[in-house]
Every structure is written in structure tokens, then in C-alpha cells.
Ligand binder design. Structure first.
Ligand SMILES: NC(=O)c1ccc[n+]([C@@H]2O[C@H](COP(=O)([O-])OP(=O)(O)OC[C@H]3O[C@@H](n4cnc5c(N)ncnc54)[C@H](O)[C@@H]3O)[C@@H](O)[C@H]2O)c1
Length: 374
């Protein structure tokens, strides 16, 4: 089925970004929010992005005009959905409110229309089952900033049809994105694999094994990450990281329990760059770095890397995603310098298995050897 008209519900950061890449790639788009001020703010954000695109020479004048010409706005989700082919929901992260929005558009939209959610952490199946068309329900998880980030996770529910998956992938590609497929599961691909990087790092720091600086340094210099886990946590926001980890903890159990240090920082309001304090201080006053513990860099890298490779392998064991998609997702969505499976193959699968086995013997169940390692 060819998608021509897309309705986007929620004109915030994500919704306006999704509208921009949709209208800019030939779709007719209606952007919806709860009141005129909110929808106007979203439209204004899009106009500003278009102007910036033109100023930087990324967008020609006629492309800019076409993009704006493809856009309309509304504060009536049901009316806007009447002739939609695809409805993408990007309102704030609340299950009950999202269900209410979907009930309204499900009743109003034509039978062929696909319903998609941009949720980062809620269950696609629970949302799908609250509609009368779970076969036409799917997750389309974009990354921020939408115009710049190439990745889209296509999140497949239990009842999502092959036709719906194919349509969502085609839309993602036409929007200039690289789609990867994941079955509905907590954290999908990127958040699930990213959390162990942060969690293991914080635990090693808490236990006094290494300093924050030593850990960040080993990840940037030895593993070639753009930023280390502590600086990344501060940049993303420790509140966001804590919520993401708490969701995984709730759904998958103790191996994702947020470390005390993270919890305490969030409770004290030290949530990273936006508060000028997180793991590090930002602004005029700077913390003195702790004296180094002198830990061996290669040991430290292996100690952080193995649980991350293990998590990627569990996604394959559990049938959630395929190796190629996981590698793509981590490179495009989390700026990994190489995919976890590329790393594992470079190190050698036998060596990876032996290292994970060692961790399992020392630290128990949370480090069990994935089935795919035999
Ligand atoms: N911000 C990110 O980095 C990011 C990344 C990926 C996914 N997400 C997910 O995308 C969704 C939106 O996030 P955001 O950062 O754009 O939020 P946001 O707060 O910037 O925007 C949400 C918008 O939804 C509107 N809204 C709320 N209830 C509504 C309703 N009933 N009908 C119509 N509009 C309504 C609000 O007025 C607001 O404009 C969330 O589910 C979030 O988890 C966010």
C-alpha cells in the first residue's frame, strides 16, 4: 500500500522533526497538537529548520517551498486522521494518554491506515491491543535530532502484519532513514545495549576499581568512542538514563538495577550538562579529578566491553533482532565506532566466550554466556 498522507500527533521536539523529514520527502503531512499555541510552536520550529537548511545550502529554495507546501496543522486529531494513510504518535511518554489518543484516531481513521508510535519505552503490544487494528500497529522509533539522526528502529508487535512492516520500512527509507527491525521488547535495540555500558562503568567506579576519568579515557582512546560513558550520561541527561535503566530493571530484572550513585545524583538534581552538574561539574567551578587507581587499560576495556557484547548476543538469542541490524543500530543510534558483532569477531568469538565465562564465574548470573556462543 502506498502511503501518501501522514498525520503526526504531538508537535513537540520529535513530532516536528518527524514532520520535517516527512514533508521534505514528498509526504502530505498534518501536524496535530492539543491546542493552537502548541501546534503553532511546532510549525514555527519546522519553519526555522527550513530557514537554517536554506541558509546552510542544504535545502534549495524550491525544495523549501515544497516542504512548507506539504505541511498543514490541526488541533483535531480525529478530523485530521479521516483521510490518513499513516498516523505517527509522538506525544509525551504516558501509556494511558497514548491509549486514549490511539482510541480516538483508530475510530476516525480509514480501515487501511497504519498506526505508529514513537515511544522509547512503552510496550508496542499493549498499545496495539488497545486498538481494533493490532495488525496495522507498529513502533517507529526515531532518534533526536530527527533530521540529523539516520537511524529508525522499526518495532514489531506480536500481531503486526508483514504488510505493515514493509510499509513502515518504506516510509523510513523515503524519509532518508536507515531502518532496523526489532521485535517489541524493553529498550528495543539501542537502549538495551547502551545501558550496560553505563551501568558497568558506574559500578566499577562505585567499587573503586577505576576513576571516572580512567573509564572515560579508556573508552575514547582504546575503544575509539566519541565520548566516554560518564560524559555521555551527563550529555544525554542522567534523569533520562535513569528512567531508561529503571524501565529495563522493571521489565528484565536485577541485571539492570540502576546503581546507587546514579540514583543519588538524579535525586539531588545533578542530572548532567543541563543542570551544570552530573558525574562531572560544568561551568566555572571544576572538580579536581580523582587520583588515578592505576588499573590496567586493557583489563578495564575488556571488563566493560564484554557485558555489552553479551547483551547484543542475548538480543539474537531471544530472537529480537539480527546481527547486522544490531551493528547498524549501535553505530547510527549510539555512535559506537563499530557494531558489537564486528567487535566480537575482531576479538575472536572463542576469546569473547572465555572472557564472559570468567565474568560469570566471578560475578554470577548477570554475566551468563549467551547461547549463540555455544
Ligand atoms: N526526546 C527524545 O530524544 C526522544 C527520542 C525518541 C523517542 N522519544 C519519544 O517521543 C515522544 C515525544 O517526545 P518529545 O521529546 O517530542 O516530547 P515533547 O514534550 O517535546 O512533545 C510532546 C508534544 O505532545 C503534545 N501532546 C500531549 N498530549 C497530546 C494529545 N493528547 N494530543 C496531541 N498532542 C499532545 C504536547 O503538547 C507536546 O507538544 C515520547 O514518547 C518520547 O519517549 C523521544
Amino acid at each position: 500500500m502506498e502511503i501518501k498522507k501522514i498525520v503526526i500527533i504531538g508537535a513537540g521536539l520529535m513530532g516536528s522533526g518527524i514532520a520535517y523529514v516527512s514533508a521534505g520527502n514528498g509526504y502530505q503531512v498534518t501536524l496535530v497538537d492539543i491546542n493552537q499555541a502548541a501546534v503553532d510552536a511546532g510549525m514555527e520550529r519546522i519553519r526555522n529548520d527550513v530557514m537554517t537548511g536554506v541558509d546552510k545550502g542544504k535545502l534549495g529554495l524550491s525544495e523549501a517551498q515544497k516542504l512548507i507546501g506539504n505541511m498543514s496543522s490541526s488541533i483535531d486529531a480525529a478530523a485530521a486522521s479521516k483521510d490518513a494513510d499513516l498516523i505517527i504518535e509522538a506525544i509525551f511518554e504516558n501509556m494511558e494518554v497514548k491509549k486514549k489518543v490511539f482510541a480516538g484516531v483508530d475510530a476516525a481513521a480509514p480501515p487501511h491506515a497504519i498506526l505508529a508510535t514513537n515511544t522509547s519505552s512503552l510496550s508496542i503490544d499493549e498499545l496495539a491491543n488497545s486498538t481494533n487494528r493490532p495488525d496495522k500497529f507498529i513502533g517507529m522509533h526515531y532518534f533526536s535530532p530527527v533530521a540529523a539522526m539516520k537511524l529508525i528502529e522499526i518495532v514489531i508487535g506480536e500481531k503486526t502484519s508483514d504488510e505493515t512492516i514493509a510499509a513502515a520500512i518504506a516510509v523510513g527509507k523515503k524519509q532518508g532513514k536507515i531502518p532496523v527491525k526489532a521485535k517489541n521488547s524493553p529498550g528495543f535495540i539501542v537502549n538495551r545495549i547502551l545501558m550496560p555500558v553505563l551501568r558497568e562503568s558506574i559500578m566499577l567506579y562505585e567499587q573503586g576499581v577505576a576513576t571516572k576519568e580512567e573509564i572515560d579515557n579508556v573508552m575514547t582512546t582504546h575503544a575509539k568512542f566519541m565520548v566516554g560513558p560518564f560524559a555521555l550520561g551527563d550529555f544525554v541527561g542522567l534523569d533520562i538514563a535513569f528512567n531508561a535503566m529503571s524501565t529495563l530493571y522493571r521489565e528484565l530484572g536485577d541485571c539492570f538495577k540502576p546503581p546507587e550513585t546514579l540514583k543519588k545524583l538524579v535525586e539531588s538534581g545533578a542530572i548532567g550538562n543541563k543542570a551544570k552538574k552530573g558525574f562531572y561539574q560544568y561551568g566555572a567551578v571544576q572538580d579536581e579529578p580523582e587520583p588515578p587507581k592505576g588499573v590496567d587499560s586493557q583489563w578495564l576495556l575488556t571488563r566493560i566491553q564484554m557485558p555489552v557484547l553479551r547483551e547484543a548476543m542475548l538480543l539474537v538469542d531471544e530472537g529480537i533482532a539480527e546481527q547486522d541490524d544490531i551493528d547498524k543500530a549501535m553505530k547510527l543510534g549510539a555512535s559506537f565506532p563499530e557494531g558489537p558483532f564486528e567487535t566480537a569477531k575482531r576479538i575472536g568469538l572463542d576469546k569473547v566466550k572465555a572472557e564472559i565465562q570468567k565474568l560469570y564465574e566471578e560475578h554470577g548470573e548477570c554475566y551468563s554466556v549467551p547461547k549463540m556462543l555455544g
